[in-house]
Write a protein that binds this ligand. Structure first.
Ligand SMILES: NC(=O)c1ccc[n+]([C@@H]2O[C@H](COP(=O)([O-])OP(=O)(O)OC[C@H]3O[C@@H](n4cnc5c(N)ncnc54)[C@H](O)[C@@H]3O)[C@@H](O)[C@H]2O)c1
Length: 315
């Protein structure tokens, strides 16, 4: 019988790609999502879908009791840094309490491995040395960063006290098809969407904010490797390379034959100046490496958004 695994946030950007890959690999996939930002059309129709909220512990436990997933991939989250500063209690409820609910349900139902989507973009805060290694102390500067860090502390607790193996994947900036171009995060999706409409994207601040961009397929692969890994680990999922927003715009300009310049707006409060994640531990522990050079991933993302505009009749 096929192994059963559970994906929270299975209707979201990264989660829906992960569900697709798990289905392709023959797993029985249970997808859980409250559809707050996720979309039902992204959910693979071979997955069993539950529209429930991870803060509803009774509903979560019921699903676990019925399906007894061997691995839990926990991606459901409130993902906006700025919303977390406006509504810190909501952020903590979703990202902290929601995570603890899933950990409790995992313990009670014999889950073997818990794969947590953390964020290397926010748990370290502003640091002096790049690329950032996992040994760098946590120093989050936003409620979102605090909630991701707290999730990791709970993972440590449940490992220590209950023996639940986990892999915390600390993602850099993820981009690719299905990312929300209207959200507050996801500069690649936002820029491409604007540029396809012939509009000038807005660069916040001076454009010298540096980020580490990872294509979504590589992140899916990191989740699969985390499931297969025997034991517990906390690893960065990045490329060890940084790209400034100005550079990113320049690459998109040339890939999309866009002739206008960007507009410059005020910097976003709380934005970290630079984030580049060292990925050598992920290579050593999970045998994971990014495989998409930035231009390749961007080309795939542009193709996707072009197709989508065609579908919407807006292109
Ligand atoms: N995209 C990135 O660059 C990035 C970087 C670092 C970490 N992450 C983490 O990766 C994970 C996936 O992010 P994403 O970019 O795919 O975002 P996303 O918003 O597309 O996916 C999150 C999903 O969780 C669902 N969700 C939210 N609150 C829920 C709740 N209370 N109950 C049930 N479902 C709920 C949403 O509907 C959505 O489908 C998140 O945990 C995020 O924090 C993402």
């Amino acid at each position: 019988m096929a192994e059963t695994v559970l994906v929270t946030g299975g209707a979201g950007f990264i989660g829906s790609h992960l569900v697709d890959t798990l289905i392709d690999r023959g797993y029985n996939v249970i997808a859980v999502d409250n559809l707050s930002t996720g979309k039902s059309e992204y959910i693979n129709n071979k997955a069993l879908f539950y529209q429930i909220d991870i803060t509803n512990i009774d509903a979560i436990k019921q699903v676990f009791q019925v399906h007894k997933p061997s691995t839990v991939f926990h991606l459901a989250a409130q993902i906006s840094v700025s919303r977390s500063t406006r509504e810190p209690a909501f952020d903590a409820l979703t990202n902290v309490v929601g995570t603890v609910n899933l950990l409790e349900a995992s313990i009670e139902n014999g889950t073997r491995k818990f794969v947590f989507s953390s964020s290397g973009g926010v748990v370290y805060g502003e640091v002096d040395e790049y690329p950032i290694k996992e040994s760098t102390p946590f120093a989050p500067v936003s409620p979102y960063g605090i909630s991701k860090m707290t999730g990791e502390y709970y993972l440590r607790f449940f490992k220590r006290e209950k023996g639940l193996d986990y892999v915390a994947l600390r993602y850099a900036n993820i981009y690719g098809p299905r990312q929300d171009p209207y959200g507050e995060a996801g500069v690649v999706a936002i820029f491409i969407n604007k540029m396809l409409k012939g509009e000038r994207p807005t660069i916040n601040g001076d454009g010298e904010y540096v980020r580490d961009y990872v294509f979504v397929d590589d992140v899916v692969n990191a989740n699969i490797k985390a499931m297969e890994y025997e034991g517990t680990a906390e690893v960065n999922i990045g490329t060890s390379k940084g790209t400034s927003v100005n550079e990113l715009f320049k690459i998109l300009k040339s890939l999309m034959d866009f002739s206008d310049d960007a507009e410059y707006g005020p910097p976003r409060p709380g934005d970290i100046r630079k984030n580049i994640l060292d990925n050598s531990l992920a290579k050593e522990k999970l045998n994971w490496q990014p495989t998409y050079p930035l231009e390749e991933g961007l080309k795939k993302t542009i193709e996707y958004f072009k197709g989508k505009m065609g579908e919407d009749g807006t292109g």
